[in-house]
Design a protein around this ligand. Structure first.
Ligand code: ATP
Ligand code: MG
Length: 208
């Protein structure tokens, strides 16, 4: 039986946006992944020192709503299934990719996990806890991101695979700012996510 290949796109998802979904869909397609999991960070400790992070329960609901965007079989196309993953929430505490990957590999030894990173995130890998050890032998799919510096990819990522995906200049930071400034976020996030942001009154005060 072929080994299932599962992409992991980790993030704060505060909030999830169309940029995340396009990366998941296009990397999944390019690398023939069976599915892609949007792995919501429980406590993104490198960020929580800088700004107030939305509670993880809310970020997870937003991410489930984003992943649930109506999907249909497109004949001839190979879109992977995309789902929100709560593994880091269940593990609790400070989120590190080393702990998450270690847990997933023990829990699902028959799965070939592919870590998906935007270039901005890839450049931060050397600041991760135990980066060298946790990425040993792991395929890392790298996507460019508008505005991210074109720097050399850190050596700890030793099995990097560049994937050309549609580049969208969208970030959660920009979306939070737009909501605080009472500007439209339509089409930058899936309709279900926009609806939750509005009904729950999220991001109305800029918290950067
Ligand atoms: P913030 O502005 O709060 O940092 P973000 O938009 O960067 O949010 P994250 O949750 O930090 O979103 O990103 C998770 C992952 O998705 C990272 O690997 C990041 O590089 C990637 N990513 C996010 N947005 C894009 C995009 N528009 N294009 C390519 N990669 C993206
Ligand atoms: Mg980011």
């Amino acid at each position: 039986m072929p080994v299932p290949r599962v992409g992991l796109l980790g993030g704060t998802f505060d909030p999830p946006h169309v940029g995340h979904l396009v990366v998941a869909a296009e990397v999944g397609e390019a690398l023939a992944l069976d599915s892609v999991r949007l792995v919501v960070a429980n406590d993104p400790w490198q960020k929580s020192a800088e700004r107030r992070i939305t509670p993880v329960g809310t970020r997870f609901r937003l991410t489930m709503a984003a992943a649930a965007t109506p999907d249909w079989e497109s004949p001839g196309r190979n879109s992977p299934a995309v789902a929100a993953a709560d593994v880091e929430i269940r593990l609790g505490g400070r989120t590190t990719t080393a702990r998450t990957l270690g847990h997933l590999r023990r829990d699902e030894p028959d799965v070939d996990f592919v870590v998906i990173l935007g270039v901005d995130a890839a450049l931060r890998v050397p600041t991760w806890w135990d980066a060298g050890e946790c990425l040993r032998g792991v395929t890392v799919a790298l996507v460019d991101r508008p505005g991210a510096p074109a720097a050399d990819i850190p050596g700890v990522i030793n099995r990097a695979q560049r994937v050309e995906a549609t580049q969208l200049d969208i970030s959660s930071t920009a979306i939070r700012r737009r909501v605080a400034d009472r500007l439209s976020i339509r089409h930058l996030v899936p309709p279900e996510v926009e609806c939750l942001i509005d009904t729950e009154g999220l991001y109305r005060r800029d918290c950067d």
